[in-house]
Design a protein around this ligand. Structure first.
Ligand code: HMH
Length: 224
């Protein structure tokens, strides 16, 4: 069917339909300030410590996506999702190293309001009533917002400070882009076979993630 196949499905249609909000999430003044080299380092450190807490919550979320995947009749997506579980362990180590490097004490960090709101959203996926298609859609768009945001920071014309390039590479790399595209293919295939009400719920989750991501960047830049 596809040659890469990620531009033709429902997900691409949603990205177009909700383009304005997608761009508010992926071209936020905070990440654009990283690319411009004007980033406020106290905001960067706040983002780093808050995202560490986010990622710890994200572990349980990915585990719930994996569990829903394994319960499908066709569990062939399992290996891709499992790759996400495997890389999160490395990610937690990365946050700890990075925090040490920036003098951030992770033990004393508590989640700010927008982070807590995101935690509650992620926690709702552990309910068995939430379908696999909605969960995997959510997983895909969460990862894609970071891929697109940080990918932009390493594209042509960037003035990203060298000491932040490692962060940008983590989510902006070609390898991570490929991973997001694999997820996107899974999502499009699942959506093509899903009942209309599930497709509607998945689109609502897609929009909700964009709102939560915008809120997360806002929180990082202004401690709201
Ligand atoms: C808030 C947030 N969204 C997405 C990702 C991508 O893993 C992350 N680390 N944090």
């Amino acid at each position: 069917m596809d040659g890469g196949g990620v531009d033709t499905g429902t997900t691409a249609a949603w990205m177009e339909k909700h383009r304005q909000m997608y761009e508010r999430a992926t071209r936020h003044p905070f990440t654009v300030s990283i690319r411009d080299g004007t980033v406020d380092m106290s905001a960067f450190k706040r983002w780093l410590s808050q995202d560490y807490l986010f990622v710890r919550e994200f572990v349980a979320f990915i585990a719930s996506v994996l569990l829903k995947c394994c319960k499908q009749e066709d569990s062939s997506d399992m290996e891709i999702i499992l790759g996400g579980v495997a890389s999160i362990s490395d990610e937690i180590s990365w946050f700890k190293n990075e925090a040490t490097r920036w003098g951030v004490n992770l033990a004393s960090v508590s989640p700010l309001k927008a982070n807590l709101e995101y935690h509650r959203f992620l926690q709702s996926f552990t309910e068995p009533e939430v379908s696999y298609v909605v969960a995997v859609t959510t997983f895909w768009i969460i990862e894609t917002v970071y891929q697109d945001s940080f990918g932009f920071c390493i594209q042509d014309g960037n003035r990203t400070p060298p000491e932040l390039l490692g962060t940008c590479q983590r989510w902006g790399s070609a390898g991570f882009r490929q991973y997001c595209q694999s997820l996107q293919s899974i999502v499009d295939r699942c959506l093509a076979n899903a009942p209309a009400d599930a497709v509607k719920s998945a689109e609502e989750a897609f929009i909700r993630v964009l709102e939560l991501e915008i809120g997360f960047w806002e929180m990082s830049s202004s401690q709201s």
